[in-house]
Each structure stands twice: as C-alpha cells, then as structure tokens.
Design a binder for this molecule. Structure first.
Ligand SMILES: [Zn+2]
Length: 192
C-alpha cells in the first residue's frame, strides 16, 4: 500500500515534469515564431499605388532626383546594397507611383516623404491653415485622405485648395493601373 502510493507519486512527478517541458517547448516555439514574423515583416511588404497632387490648381511634379530613393545593387547582383529604412519611397524617376515597403502605411506617409524632400510645404494638409484638402481614391471622394491606407494599385488624386468645378477633368487624368504596373516592372533599383 505504502510502496504503491510512493510509486504513484513518482509517476505523477514524472508526468508533471514532462508536461512542464512540453509546455516550455510549445511556448518557446511560439515566441520564436512571433519574433521571426516581426523581423521579416518589413521585407515582405512591397506594393505600389499611383497618385497626383494638385496645389493651387497646378499638378505637382515629383519626378526629379531629389524625390527618388536610390538603392544601388551590389555589384553583379540584383540584391540591394543596403536595405532602405524608408516606409514608403519612389524609384527610377517615376514621380506618380509610390512604393510601399512597410505595413499600415497611409497617404500621410507619402505626404511626409515628399515634405522631407522639399516637395510640399510643411503645412500641406494641416487643417489649422484652413485650406481644404480633397482626396479621391479610384475616382471616389474619401473623407480623410491622409488617414486612408495605401492599397495596391489604388489611384489617388489630392486637390489642395478650392476644388473647383473642373475637378472631373483632373480625375480623368489620374494614374492608371497600367502605369503603376509599368513602374513596378522596372528593376533598376534591385526590384525595390
Ligand atoms: Zn517597388
């Protein structure tokens, strides 16, 4: 009787230890997987959208070199020399297609990218200045374009200033999906 219960408690101890070990392994695998996913995420996101920005009724041109993120290839390879830290950027002298490299990017990130390069005034879109900003996504007006997520192949038109009656003619000239696809097919920047 006594021996039996000793055996039983030893068995319980072995089972409990095994249980703790298995739990530790499962938790460890889960944590490692999560860390891996967090590290990999920025590299996995890569999509493109078109945009046009009108300020004072004039279409802005962002095709100059200062708006481009240059990521030269490692010699003889198609690997980027160093990974870009930009969340969104532009390549190959194409001034109306944005490359999105991180998750959860909105059109505010595009405006900030252009502001950092002197392409737009610091108060662009700031409601405190009382200048209206109207945003269209695929010809549909949206309430708050700066908070709107950048989605693959979307074509955005922003009008900063009075919208005017002729805004339909602006929408007709919006970036096409075909143009976005042409831009993303360019590999001069190691596929970025
Ligand atoms: Zn790209």
């Amino acid at each position: 009787m006594y021996e039996n219960s000793m055996e039983k408690s030893l068995w319980q101890e072995v089972m409990a230890t095994a249980g703790v070990l298995i739990l530790a392994i499962v938790v460890g695998m889960f944590v490692m997987n999560r860390q891996k996913a967090t590290v990999m995420e920025p590299l996995e996101v890569h999509h493109h959208a078109g945009f046009q920005i009108y300020e004072n009724n004039v279409l802005e041109d962002f095709s100059r070199l200062e708006y481009m993120e240059n990521a030269p290839c490692k010699p003889g390879t198609t690997e980027p020399e160093e990974h870009t830290d930009e969340t969104v950027d532009m390549h190959n002298g194409v001034g109306d297609v944005v490359h999105v490299h991180h998750a959860d990017m909105t059109w505010r990130n595009v405006i900030e990218y252009l502001q950092e390069r002197g392409g737009l005034s610091a108060h662009f879109g700031d409601p405190r200045f009382g200048v209206p900003l109207t945003g269209f996504v695929n010809n549909e007006e949206v309430a708050d374009i700066l908070s709107y997520p950048i989605k693959s192949y979307d074509s955005v038109v922003m009008v900063y200033g009075n919208l005017g009656a002729d805004y339909m003619s602006k929408l007709k000239k919006a970036v096409t999906v075909g143009h976005i696809q042409e831009a993303e097919a360019q590999k001069e920047n190691c596929g970025l």
